[in-house]
Design a protein around this ligand. Structure first.
Ligand SMILES: [Fe+2]
Ligand SMILES: [Fe+2]
Length: 248
């Protein structure tokens, strides 16, 4: 395995590791995102067992002594499995996550106390970079789920939203909705819930310019339209599930 590094927008790097054994024959990618600034931020730690590979890649972009923030979508192995490995090698680094994740998991599981982020709170990374934390409970899964929006580049680091299988390019202007619907059919990874419409349509109002997918290519194009199309499909699934429940 190798970790490929690509700059997807000014100062934001995608570190992508392709694992052919997951969802064969297409395979599956695990992506981390490094936002440079005076206080560099890593979004997703990668799997614990992938840490040597991920760390080698991140080290090519930033010294471990400078890494300041470690954030992720929710508490799960691919999102934060290597959290304590990062804390051990990056002395200035601190985990930052939403209130639910800190209360439920991170206050205990992180080797140093996390910074608790309120819904909508921003963190100034310096160098013109500023990230906004947004709670997205249960979307696509995990009651502690959240996303980060980098305001200067309008990049939405949307964690598992738009998950797709395969090993696409680092950045695409092509369709990311169809592949996400196909992956939902395969994995059924999303927690279908009534809050999806309002939350994902709220994300579309941020008018992102780039979507940084944890599992798939980053997307440069009409991100608001892509988010609305994704939630239209979730709406369909939710109403079909509700209808089936009524029949049963
Ligand atoms: Fe996940
Ligand atoms: Fe994930």
């Amino acid at each position: 395995m190798e970790t490929k590094i690509s700059e997807i927008t000014d100062g934001i790097y995608r570190l992508s590791t392709f694992v052919p054994d997951i969802a064969p024959p297409a395979g599956f990618t695990f992506n981390q995102f490094l936002v440079l600034g005076d206080e560099p931020l890593l979004f997703h730690t990668g799997l614990r067992k992938m840490f040597p590979l991920t760390q080698a890649a991140v080290s090519r972009l930033v010294a471990m002594e400078r890494l300041r923030w470690i954030a992720f979508g929710h508490y799960e192995a691919d999102e934060c499995g290597a959290m304590n490995e990062w804390l051990a090698v990056a002395p200035q680094a601190q985990v930052a996550h939403g209130q639910t994740g800190c209360m439920v998991s991170l206050n205990d599981m992180a080797d140093r106390a996390p910074r608790v982020l309120a819904d909508g709170e921003t963190v100034d990374l310096g160098g013109g970079r500023r990230v906004r934390y947004i709670d997205t409970p249960h979307i696509p899964h995990g009651w502690d789920a959240g996303v980060l929006f980098e305001e200067s580049t309008r990049t939405l680091m949307c964690a598992d939203l738009f998950t797709q299988i395969g090993n696409g390019p680092a950045l695409t202007q092509g369709d990311v909705v169809g592949p996400a619907i196909a992956a939902e059919d395969v994995f059924k990874y999303s927690c279908l819930n009534p809050g999806m419409g309002a939350t994902i349509r709220g994300l579309s109002k941020l008018a992102p310019r780039t979507l940084a997918l944890m599992h798939g290519p980053s997307f440069a194009g009409d991100c608001s339209a892509a988010l609305r199309a994704l939630v239209d499909d979730y709406d369909r699934r939710i109403s079909e599930a509700a209808d089936a429940f009524k029949v049963a």
